[in-house]
Design a protein around this ligand. Structure first.
Ligand code: P6P
Length: 285
C-alpha cells in the first residue's frame, strides 16, 4: 500500500504545481455554472477540477473519484483499488483578495465513508506551497522548493492550544455554542479565522493546537462543510496528529454518509478543546 499511496501523492504533486500556476495566472471570474451545493463555480474551480481528474485518470489504482465540483461519482478504472474524494480548490473566492486557499483529498477503500479513509492530503497555496499527508500513523509536511516537494517536518498537536477558529455566521449560532466560543476567548485564546478551511486548519496544526469549529446553526442545521472531501480528510489528519475531530458528540469518522455531498457539523482540535466541546454539547442535546 505504501507504494500505491506514493503513486497517488506523485499525481497530487503534479496537479498542485499546475494549480499553483493557474492561481497565479488564471481567470478568477465566476463561471455560469453552479455546483451541487448551489455555489456559483469560479473558472478556477472548474479548471482545477479538470487538472486533478485528468491526472487521476492516468492511475490504474484509482477506481472512482468524487469531486466537490461534480454532481456524481466519476468512474476511473473498474479494477482500481482506491476511491478518492477531493475538493479541488477550497475557498477559491479568497484568491480574489489574495488570501491562501487549498486542495483537500481523502483516500478511501471499498466505499466512500469515514471509517474507510486510509490516508488524507491537503495542499495549501499561500506565500509558499505546502503539502500535508496523513498516512500510516504519521502526519508529514512537505514544501515546494525549486519545483520539488521536499520533506520539512512531522506534525503533532499539543494537548492544548491557543488559537480559536470559529466558523459560520455568529447570529446563526445556537446559544450554547455562542456561550462556549465566548468562554474560550475569555480564557485568552486568539482569533485566527480567514474563511479558508485549509489555511485555518493548517495554522492550528503548525502552531501546536486550538479549536476549529463549524457547528450546526439555525440556517445550516447539518453544518456547511462536506463530509467526504472536506471534513473526513481533516478529521483523519487531526486524529493522526494526536488531536480529535467530532460532530459535537461522536467521532466524525464514525458518522454515516448517505449522499456524496452530505455535510456535517464539525470540530477539529487539540484534545483539551475537543473535551470541552463534548462537555458543552452533551449538556445541550
Ligand atoms: P463561513 C469556504 O467557502 C468554506 O467552504 C471553507 O473553506 C471555510 O472554512 C468555510 O467555507 C467558511 O464559511 O460561513 O465561515 O464564511
Amino acid at each position: 500500500m505504501q507504494n500505491d499511496i506514493k503513486i497517488i501523492l506523485d499525481s497530487i504533486k503534479q496537479s498542485s504545481i499546475k494549480i499553483k500556476q493557474l492561481i497565479e495566472e488564471g481567470d478568477t471570474s465566476k463561471s455560469t455554472n453552479q455546483n451541487s451545493t448551489g455555489d456559483t463555480q469560479l473558472k478556477l474551480d472548474i479548471a482545477s477540477d479538470v487538472i486533478i481528474e485528468n491526472d487521476f485518470k492516468t492511475l490504474d489504482i484509482v477506481k472512482q473519484c468524487v469531486s466537490e465540483e461534480q454532481e456524481s461519482i466519476v468512474d476511473i478504472n473498474p479494477n482500481g483499488k482506491y476511491l478518492i474524494a477531493y475538493d479541488p480548490l477550497d475557498g477559491s473566492s479568497l484568491v480574489d483578495v489574495n488570501l491562501s486557499v487549498g486542495s483537500i483529498y481523502g483516500i478511501y477503500t471499498d466505499d466512500f465513508k469515514g471509517s474507510n479513509i486510509i490516508a488524507s492530503v491537503y495542499v495549501v497555496f499561500g506565500p509558499r506551497v505546502e503539502m500535508v499527508v496523513a498516512f500510516d500513523g504519521e502526519v508529514k509536511m512537505y514544501r515546494l522548493l525549486k519545483g520539488e516537494f521536499q520533506f520539512v517536518q512531522n506534525i503533532k498537536l499539543n494537548q492544548k492550544g491557543k488559537l480559536n477558529a470559529p466558523g459560520s455566521t455568529q447570529q446563526c449560532w445556537l446559544p450554547h455554542h455562542k456561550e462556549m466560543i465566548d468562554d474560550i476567548f475569555a480564557s485568552g485564546y486568539r482569533l485566527r479565522y480567514s474563511g479558508g478551511m485549509v489555511p485555518d486548519l493548517h495554522q492550528i496544526l503548525l502552531k501546536g493546537g486550538g479549536l476549529f469549529s463549524y457547528p450546526s446553526t439555525t440556517d445550516l442545521p447539518k453544518g456547511k462543510l462536506r463530509q467526504l472531501f472536506e471534513v473526513f480528510p481533516f478529521a483523519f489528519i487531526y486524529e493522526t496528529a494526536g488531536g480529535g475531530a467530532i460532530d459535537g458528540k461522536q467521532r466524525l469518522l464514525e458518522i454515516p454518509t448517505t449522499h456524496i455531498h452530505d455535510t456535517t457539523p464539525c470540530f477539529f482540535g487539540s484534545n483539551d478543546e475537543i473535551d470541552l466541546v463534548k462537555e458543552v454539547y452533551s449538556k445541550n442535546g
